[in-house]
Design a protein. Structure first.
Length: 233
C-alpha cells in the first residue's frame, strides 16, 4: 500500500500524489486569509485535543502556536497579533520568549486571531514542547501529541475541501498509522535527524531540500520518551 503523506495546508495528499512525495512545506498547518485571520474555534479544538492527550503523550508539555512564512518561522512578537470579535473589540495575545503564541482561556463567543496586512502569507502551526526539550532535541510523545492537535484543527475547519480525505486518514489509523508520513518543518537545513530510545536508534528520512524530517510516529519500538535529535548543516 502506498503511504498517505499529510503535508501542506491541512491537505491530505492522495496516495497517487504521495508515492514520490518529498515534502518541503510544513507538516500540518492552518492557512489563514489575507491578512491573517484564524477562527478561535480552531484554537479551542487544539486546546481540547491537547488536554485529552497530554496525560498519555506529553505530561510535561505545553501547547504553543508558531507563525511561518514559506520556510521561515516568524517571531509573533512584532506581528501585532490580537483576538478580535465582530464588534471590533480586541484582546492582546500572549507571546513567549521564543516568539510563539500562548493561550490560556480563550474568551467565549466568536473571536478570531488576527494581524495587520503585513501578515499576508503567514501560516499558523501548533507545536508541543516539554520542559527540558528543544526543537533540536524533542520527545517523540510531544510530536505524537502535536500531530493529533493539528489534525483536530483541520477537522474544526468545516470549509476545508480536504475533509473527505481527513476521513480517509482517520480510517487508516490517523497519526499512528504506518501509511501516514508526518513531516516536521525545521528552521535550518538539516545534516541529519535521528530518533533514539531504549537502545534503538533510527535515522530519519529528510525531505529533498532538507528542510523537514519524517517523525516516526508509528514506530512501536520507540516510546513517547524517545528523543528526536537534529543536526544542522
Amino acid at each position: 500500500m502506498r503511504q498517505v503523506v499529510l503535508i501542506v495546508a491541512t491537505v491530505v495528499a492522495s496516495p497517487a500524489m504521495a508515492q514520490d512525495a518529498q515534502p518541503d512545506g510544513p507538516d500540518i498547518v492552518v492557512i489563514a486569509g489575507k491578512p491573517l485571520r484564524v477562527d478561535a474555534k480552531l484554537l479551542r479544538a487544539a486546546q481540547r485535543r491537547f488536554a485529552e492527550d497530554r496525560p498519555s503523550y506529553a505530561p510535561q508539555g505545553t501547547l504553543r502556536f508558531e507563525l511561518w512564512r514559506g520556510a521561515d518561522r516568524i517571531s509573533a512578537a512584532g506581528v501585532g497579533l490580537a483576538l478580535t470579535d465582530g464588534a471590533g473589540r480586541q484582546l492582546p495575545v500572549t507571546i513567549d520568549a521564543d516568539g510563539r503564541v500562548a493561550f490560556a482561556t480563550l474568551p467565549a463567543g466568536r473571536w478570531f486571531l488576527t494581524a495587520p496586512v503585513q501578515s499576508q502569507g503567514m501560516r499558523l502551526r501548533p507545536i508541543v514542547l516539554s520542559s527540558g526539550t528543544s526543537v533540536e532535541d524533542r520527545r517523540l510523545g510531544d510530536l505524537r501529541a502535536q500531530c493529533r492537535v493539528a489534525v483536530s484543527m483541520a477537522k474544526a475547519d468545516a470549509s476545508l475541501l480536504a475533509m473527505p480525505l481527513i476521513g480517509m486518514f482517520d480510517a487508516i489509523g490517523g497519526c499512528a498509522s504506518k501509511r501516514f508520513g508526518f513531516y516536521h518543518m525545521v528552521e535550518h537545513p538539516l545534516a541529519g535527524a535521528t530518533a533514539t530510545g531504549a537502545g534503538v536508534t533510527r535515522t530519519l528520512r529528510l525531505s529533498a531540500k532538507r528542510t523537514s524530517y519524517e517523525a516516526p510516529l508509528s514506530d512501536r519500538t520507540l516510546s513517547n520518551e524517545a528523543r528526536v535529535r537534529l543536526a544542522y548543516r
